[in-house]
Design a protein around this ligand. Structure first.
Ligand code: NAD
Length: 450
């Protein structure tokens, strides 16, 4: 059999993906972004072409869509749509979060699940990739409504997950409260205390120390590694951060612990700038406890102002951490950041930077960390949570954070080494994609055509 060239092979796989998944903009963007970097790996590994690895990798092993009926506080019946995409289990049980947000659809879940395969491979934790969620909007809902929704969601999902099959966790709109309700219903239906079936649990009942902080901390550790390699540091530098949820909050915390100054936070209503640096206590109170709008932060801090609409990327800083949602940092924002002297960008969110913006950063020599590497700290700590559950043990904070730090150093090292090996030193997009792909592809190859 004559094999096609890597370029021709990638082109034909991409065309097939586009035809088969037409209209799924987010998934196609994520697939394109990975495939476009893999020619050098395929040139080194023609056996991956021969075994049809890519054709199999872009097709989820299983996709579930289900009805989620629940009753609101006024007694009205509501119906949402639930999703779980079990993308690839070559390295271990499916692992990936649940997102509850009105923008969730199959394309979004597939893009996140696809990214998750590579991210999880980079952590070296032996977990496969999956993702799920619902178009349910928790904002403005009472705790009782959220609980009823979570119980209904789990009543269906319970049949599809398990500590050896598929282990969901949090994402946008799913935090400790939702994981608690989901776990409670799982335990009730199965009559089993299967702690390792969900991660992000409360630390008092099976959760891991530092899991809450892990994604944000990890994105900052990754930025620190990139800067260190270039002989630079976070200390003394200004940072812009988008979002004000789990990832953004703990990215801000770590930036400040490392001597940087985080100036901004945002939500869908706009952003705040605090020239003295974000006061985390106020931010956590406003967003985490009161679940209020971000403008409330500015109302409580004289050094801060609220900008309705607009973009945090307009604020001058040397470091940028997009930590809200996909495609939130476009070419125009990238140009503004570049004009203002940005030096490093580390993606706390998944695919927050558009392809055009990534190209601009890389073209200008900015250190750019793709989400599948930079935000891998969350899922890595989830895997550590699973290990602790299996061993019925509990690590303290220091051990948990130092393991996270070590994993982020390793993810950085593996990404950088692959960028060198495949001919573009310092291109972390190519490096992360290549290192992860080789790991997954090798496992798929050895497990036969399934
Ligand atoms: N939680 C994790 O462990 C984890 C791990 C890896 C990646 N991520 C990614 O990080 C990002 C943030 O997740 P999170 O866990 O912090 O969620 P969260 O629900 O705690 O916070 C989400 C934040 O993003 C903002 N946001 C969401 N949609 C927005 C929109 N359309 N416009 C403007 N702002 C918007 C929200 O206001 C909020 O501040 C997501 O891309 C998620 O996939 C999360």
């Amino acid at each position: 059999m004559t094999l096609p060239t890597p370029e021709a092979h990638l082109q034909s796989v991409l065309e097939a993906v586009e035809t088969r998944n037409s209209g799924e903009a987010e998934f196609l963007q994520a697939a394109r972004e990975v495939l476009e970097t893999l020619a050098p790996v395929l040139a080194e590994h023609p056996e991956f072409i021969e075994a049809g690895i890519l054709e199999r990798l872009v097709e989820p092993e299983r996709q579930l869509i289900f009805r989620v009926p629940w009753t609101d506080d006024a007694g009205r019946v509501r119906v949402n749509r639930g999703f779980r995409v079990q993308f690839n289990s070559a390295l271990g049980p499916y692992k990936g979060g649940l997102r509850f947000h009105p923008t969730v659809n199959l394309s979004v879940v597939k893009f996140l699940g696809f990214e998750q395969i590579f991210k999880n491979a980079l952590t070296s934790q032996r977990i496969g990739g999956g993702k799920g969620g619902s178009d349910f909007d928790p904002s403005g809902r009472s705790d009782a409504e959220v609980m009823r929704f979570c119980q209904s969601f789990m009543t269906e999902l319970v049949h599809r997950i398990g500590e050896h099959t598929d282990i969901p966790a949090g994402d946008i709109g799913v935090g400790a409260r939702e994981i608690g309700y989901l776990f409670g219903q799982y335990r009730r239906i199965t009559q089993r205390y299967e702690a390792g079936v969900l991660t992000g649990k409360g630390v008092g009942w099976g959760g891991a120390e530092v899991r809450t902080e892990a994604t944000g901390y990890g994105a900052v550790f990754f930025a620190e590694e990139m800067l260190l390699r270039a002989g630079e540091a976070i200390e003394g530098r200004h940072a812009v951060v988008s979002g004000s949820g789990n990832v953004a909050t703990y990215a801000i915390e770590k930036i400040q612990q490392l001597g940087g100054r985080a100036l901004t936070a945002s939500d869908s209503s706009g952003y705040i700038v605090d020239e003295e640096g974000i006061d985390l206590e106020v931010l956590k109170q406003v967003k985490g406890v009161e679940r209020a709008r971000i403008s409330e932060y500015a109302a409580r801090r004289p050094s801060a102002r609220f900008v309705a609409g607009g973009s945090v990327w307009d604020v001058p800083a040397q470091l940028a951490f997009p930590c809200a949602t996909q495609n939130e940092l476009d070419a125009e924002a990238a140009r503004t950041l570049l004009k203002n002297g940005v030096r490093a960008v580390s993606e706390g969110a998944n695919m927050p930077t558009t392809p055009e913006a990534v190209e601009l950063f890389q073209g200008a020599g900015v250190l750019f960390a793709p989400g599948k590497a930079a935000n891998a700290g969350g899922v890595a700590t989830s895997a550590l949570e699973m290990s602790q559950n299996a061993a019925r043990s509990r690590w303290d904070r220091d051990k948990s954070e130092s393991r996270l730090h070590g994993i982020m150093r390793d993810v950085h090292e593996a990404s950088y080494a692959a960028s060198e090996r495949y001919g573009r030193p310092g291109d972390y997009v190519l490096g992360a994609n290549s290192a992860a792909f080789v790991t997954v592809a090798q496992a798929m190859l050895e497990q036969g055509v399934i």
